[in-house]
Design a protein around this ligand. Structure first.
Ligand code: NI
Length: 167
């Protein structure tokens, strides 16, 4: 798989700043992140995730509305954690699970409540949900060099990428 050397250089710079010690590991994470994004885009995919909410507890009825919504959708909520950030602001983090579209809709209702100042849903899937029996061997090389960084991707959750020695 030929890659533009400038692109690869910038990529190496980025992953080094992110703390990666080798390119294979960074590629593995990128690929898994993309696969998870694809999977969670499927409305019926079973997902797990978090809903992070910042709100002012003085906003009229906000605490009651948040509690009511969570009780009405208790099958989606695994747990809730609350921190009083200061005199006004509250941070609430919910661990949620369920079908992707249902979880998204629930998060949207929480985040859309009047008084919620910022909210974000992060969805992911358990590694076993990405399980595939296919093995894909790829190698990355710049256009200008013969250096390769081959890597066997075995998308089975743990041990997803087994780096192979350079030639
Ligand atoms: Ni609070």
């Amino acid at each position: 798989m030929p890659l533009d050397s400038d692109l690869l250089e910038r990529f190496d710079d980025l992953i080094s700043r992110l703390g990666y010690t080798n390119r294979s590991e960074a590629f593995r994470d990128l690929i898994r992140d993309r696969l998870i994004t694809e999977r969670t885009a499927d409305d019926t995919a079973p997902v797990v995730g978090t809903v992070t909410l910042i709100y002012d507890h003085h906003a009229r009825g906000i605490s009651d509305k948040l509690t009511e919504l969570q009780h009405a959708n208790h099958e989606l909520v695994v747990s809730t954690s609350h921190a009083h950030l200061d005199h006004n602001s509250c941070l609430e983090v919910l661990i949620v699970h369920g079908e992707s579209a249902v979880v998204s809709q629930f998060a949207g209702r929480l985040i859309g409540l009047k008084g919620v100042q910022h909210g974000r849903l992060v969805m992911t899937v358990q590694p076993t949900r990405l399980k595939s029996r296919k093995k894909v061997r790829i190698s990355i090389a710049t256009n200008k060099s013969k250096n390769t960084d081959p890597c066997v991707f075995q998308l089975r959750g743990e041990n997803a990428c087994t780096p192979v020695a350079r030639n």
